[in-house]
Design a protein around this ligand. Structure first.
Ligand code: GUN
Length: 293
């Protein structure tokens, strides 16, 4: 069994990005600039946004954090999105999700100029990705693709089961794994809460990508000997022995499943660090105007 070290790969990719930024500055260009909008004070969102800002510093990017309280109106938030769309000093920006219930996430996403949508959530980017055109790809699936590439994991002709059908992980992941490219060219099955033969599908899979958000859902008897298992889960499970009071828990029962795998990602330290790095890669592309001029 080989452990896929997302943390180490993420560090490596960040160093590569930092080198590119240095080269940009040496050519007299300015550093890429990422802005992040954070609404409210949700613990998870605060942690993720802080990590994104820290990664920007490491890469040599400029970053801006724009905060609103939980009761901000949809119109005020949309006005800020439109302002950032027009701001030539900002190359790309994100609105951290989830948003309070009185705000339509879809409306916010569709108001972001797709040319600055470094999260890859806008329907234009989603559509372009699904037909294989250059675009911003959503961070988690893109991070997983990068891990498969860097570990030179075979995907062509393999049976890949994606567990979960969310717009930001499951659906784009399935799309990328079936893409006519490497890593891709897989035969993809998407399983979700209504799937009848989920266990059988998993048992036949060469690659399982678990993105259900259900801690320890994937057990050893669901995994074929020699399978590749990618765990996207990051549920905060209460744990009194931790200083934070919780333990980040994946969708895979790691201790039981790992011995059967050819490759597996741990939680934490697997997919998570790659997600942030993917956002940095998209920001670099935005700064260089490489996808949309
Ligand atoms: N919430 C959970 N994941 C993400 C992400 O990748 N981007 C944004 N904007 N919000 C999120």
């Amino acid at each position: 069994m080989k452990l896929i070290d997302g943390k180490a790969i993420a560090e490596q990719v960040k160093l590569e990005i930092a080198e590119e930024v240095k080269a940009m500055l040496a050519q007299g260009k300015r550093a890429p600039h990422l802005a992040a909008i954070l609404v409210g004070h949700d613990g998870g969102s605060e942690t993720y946004v802080a990590a994104k800002i820290k990664a920007c510093e490491f890469c040599g990017f400029r970053s801006s954090l724009i905060r609103f309280e939980e009761d901000v109106t949809e119109e005020t938030l949309l006005a800020k999105v439109r302002e950032l769309n027009e701001d030539e000093g900002v190359d790309g920006f994100i609105v951290q999700l989830p948003l309070p219930r009185h705000i339509s996430e879809q409306k916010v996403i569709e108001t972001i100029d797709y040319r600055k949508d470094v999260d890859g959530f806008h329907p234009i980017n989603v559509g372009r990705m699904s037909i294989g055109l250059p675009c911003y790809v959503s961070a988690t699936p893109n991070g997983i693709i990068e891990l498969l590439r860097r570990y030179e994991i075979e995907t062509s002709g393999k049976k890949c089961v994606v567990l979960g059908r969310s717009n930001i992980v499951g659906k784009p992941m399935a799309s990328l794994m079936m893409q006519k490219a490497y890593p891709g060219d897989a035969t993809v099955t998407v399983c979700h809460s209504r799937s009848k033969d989920l266990v059988k599908e998993c048992r036949e899979a060469d690659i399982i990508i678990a993105a259900l958000g259900q801690p320890n859902f994937v057990k050893a008897d669901m995994v074929k000997e020699g399978a590749v298992v990618i765990d996207v889960g990051t549920t905060r499970v209460p744990d009194a022995s931790k200083k934070s009071g919780f333990k980040l828990t994946g969708d895979v029962l790691f201790d039981e499943v790992a011995p059967k795998c050819s490759y597996i990602t741990p939680v934490p330290g697997g997919v998570g660090p790659m997600t942030i790095v993917s956002l940095m890669k998209n920001t670099l592309l935005a700064g260089k105007k490489e996808i949309y001029s």
